[in-house]
Design a protein around this ligand. Sequence first.
Ligand code: GDD
Ligand code: MN
Length: 388
Amino acid sequence: MTGGAVVDVVGGQALQITSDHDGDVDVSLVIPTFNEAGNIADLVRRLHSILGDAGVSHELIVVDDDSPDRTWEVAAGLIDEVPTLRVLRRTGESGLASAVVCGWTHARSRVLGVIDGDGQHPPEVLVELLAALDERTDVAVASRHLPGGGVSNWSATRRLLSRGAQALGLLLLPGTVGRVTDPMSGYFLVRREAVAAQELHPVGYKILLEVLARGDIRRVAEAPYVFLERERGESKVRPLHYLDYLRHLMRLRVLPLRSQALARYLAVTLTALVVDAATFVWLFDGLDLNLTRSAALAGEVAILYTVLLLDLWTFAGRVARTALDRIRRLLGVQLALGVLLFGRLMVINALVNWFHLGPLAAFLVALAAMTPVGHLLGSRLTWRPARG
Ligand code: GDD
Ligand code: MN
């Protein structure tokens, strides 16, 4: 086995994909691996033969994070047989998304791609993805959620988690996540020009999200695929990756916010919770108003507090529009949040009447459940921190 064919890469540096490319290679496909020694050989051979049969010139770039099972070494042993294979062994950093970008910075062709190294992404679909990437299209995604696609035998919990993550993404970044049926896909192609000028900051697992959010993407095409079961090795997904995903979404959402604006945003939204709850207690316990009235008035006070402070303080520097625009915007948010407040009153009453919760408990549950929705709604309608 040859160690010499392996390129050592030290992670942790900023990654910039340049626009230089070699017109002779049709596609550069990155295969991120961590402990895939039992899977990599099959996959590499199949990719090489499928792409060869289809007349697609290519390079396969394994990016291995210094796997304890020495996947990099197994891969390097294939280079004689598969001359289009290159192997990067990365140390000092790990993570699927950053491994993919790292591979792309070493890629030569105009079309960059990624496929899992464990055989769960059927390699034949690549040919369809390549065909879908016509002149006007910048990204071609293999999707589980198109007719003809699917997952093999996932538990209800895993399906729910996957769909839940997607729904959350849609809520936070509709313009990004809503462009594809399977934004969680880790199997896709992207034109180099669409990402070359952009600085990518890959977090966690979801590299497609980063590409769609930060790339300069015109059309997106999709092709269905069935996510196969793993035959060897194990998934590297950990509960922590769900947190990474949340962090990634938040980061893309508040992208252009300077840290001062972010601090102000958090200050307003968190103190609003206190204002809301304190007003409620004061009205309900202190002034003996009934439950619905207390919750309604407290909610309205909190809405005015939030909306005015965000507008006049948090986002003061960046929203210089006419007075009329401002009034229109504030009325719009007020109206939407008013509708939400109405929903909150129903929830509180239901909790008290049907679930026999105490008034304060019911109020707090409704507050915790519905305030985040309010902020999402508000940020969609108005100050819009990021594109999405
Ligand atoms: N270099 C590197 N570093 N590779 C990694 C790392 C890492 O830290 N973590 C995982 N990988 C590699 C795995 O070795 C495998 O080749 C691929 O990334 C996918 O990892 P899995 O752990 O098998 O993920 P999965 O099967 O649960 O999820 C896959 O399918 C999802 C649904 O389409 C991934 O492709 C997801 O990106 C995809 O969203
Ligand atoms: Mn997998």
